[in-house]
Design a protein around this ligand. Structure first.
Ligand code: AMP
Length: 188
């Protein structure tokens, strides 16, 4: 069962990579250990968070590992408070299933998080099951709506960090929609 879930997640990220248009890239960072963690990439906008993608600091690795410990205990995350409007956010797009809001620590001129309003076991992409297919598609489509609203439809990137080795810090599935500057490849 677990191995079939893993295969499905791997398949999902593979097909995301294959099917996305040339205007953007979907980076599913499941198992980013495939990328050497010691390589630093020159970027126009280096920052601590960006370095986490290229050369994770011990602090961020430790924080990511700590966050992963409680990932599946059902406890609410900060995103639940954003959904309930208990804490403020700058909402870019909202419908009955999806919420998109600006990242509090932006890594690009446009950096929006797209999340499902109902977590439903989707603490991370690596936990996706076949039944999540519809919401996963809605999240991707909402990312496109966000890109259009933010004026970056010509070129943008969608990133999903899944698990501690990808530096995931909030265990409620979220897509990072990034744009407004030239992106580099490969990512960190
Ligand atoms: P990740 O590291 O992929 O789990 O991404 C979590 C993201 O949530 C980070 O980019 C944070 O900057 C962002 N974040 C955390 N708290 C908030 C908040 N209150 N409002 C907006 N973004 C947040």
């Amino acid at each position: 069962m677990i191995s079939s879930q893993k295969s499905m997640a791997a398949l999902a990220s593979f097909s995301l990579l294959r099917n996305y248009s040339t205007t953007g890239r979907i980076v599913s960072s499941v198992r980013t250990s495939a990328y050497p963690s010691s390589i630093n990439f020159l970027t126009p906008n280096p920052s601590r968070r960006y370095l986490c993608r290229a050369s994770a600091t011990h602090d961020e690795q430790a924080a990511a590992k700590a966050a992963a410990i409680d990932a599946d205990n059902g406890a609410p995350t900060i995103f639940d408070k954003i959904i309930s409007k208990e804490i403020p956010s700058t909402i870019v797009y909202e419908d009955d299933k999806v919420l998109a809001f600006k990242d509090v620590n932006p890594q690009a001129p446009v950096h929006v998080l797209v999340i499902p309003k109902f977590r439903d076991g989707l603490t991370q992409l690596g936990k996706a099951e076949q039944r999540h297919g519809e919401i996963l598609g809605q999240l991707l489509y909402a990312s496109r709506i966000v890109a259009e609203k933010e004026g970056i439809l010509e070129g943008f990137r969608v990133v999903i960090n899944s698990g501690p080795s990808a530096c995931q810090s909030v265990y409620h599935l979220h897509l990072h929609v990034l744009g407004g500057r030239q992106m580099q490849w490969p990512p960190g």
